[in-house]
Design a protein around this ligand. Structure first.
Ligand SMILES: [Zn+2]
Length: 136
């Protein structure tokens, strides 16, 4: 089914709003996972879109127990729509439920390449990640 057509700016705004809503609704890490002290996600992104690019170095996001449980890696493709980021919450949750100290993997972006290509071209970006969990 074809989606309503939105402009690039409208898509960006919707993506940003959704992210903010998730962060507003999120619980504190200490409430959701009382056994967790620090969550660290290291990542390296790349895209094969026409503006082919990749991160030179690993980057890192860190959250402590008093932070809210919302953690997103921005998609490296700056025109990515729906939603322009990788939501790491599910992978982190899985790691904590299994009591893992770390886990790693690769994720493909679930967005579209840009506003013109919604429903036709998936965003060709991916992220390589390493999640580390420090427990209390
Ligand atoms: Zn993307």
């Amino acid at each position: 089914m074809k989606k309503t057509r939105y402009s690039q700016d409208e898509w960006m705004e919707m993506g940003e709003k959704r992210k903010q809503q998730i962060c507003t609704d999120a619980q504190l890490i200490s409430d959701e996972f009382p056994s967790v002290k620090v969550i660290t996600v290291r990542y390296k992104r790349e895209t094969t879109s026409f503006e082919r690019s990749m991160d030179k170095d690993w980057q890192a996001l860190k959250r402590g127990s008093m932070d809210k449980f919302c953690l997103f890696i921005p998609c490296i493709n700056c025109t990515c729509v729906e939603w322009g980021y990788f939501d790491m919450r599910k992978k982190i949750k899985e790691a904590i439920v299994s009591r893992l100290l770390s886990c790693e993997g690769t994720m493909n972006c679930e967005g579209w390449e840009d506003a013109e290509r919604v429903d036709t071209f998936h965003c060709p970006s991916s992220v390589q990640y390493e999640i580390s969990i420090d427990y209390v």
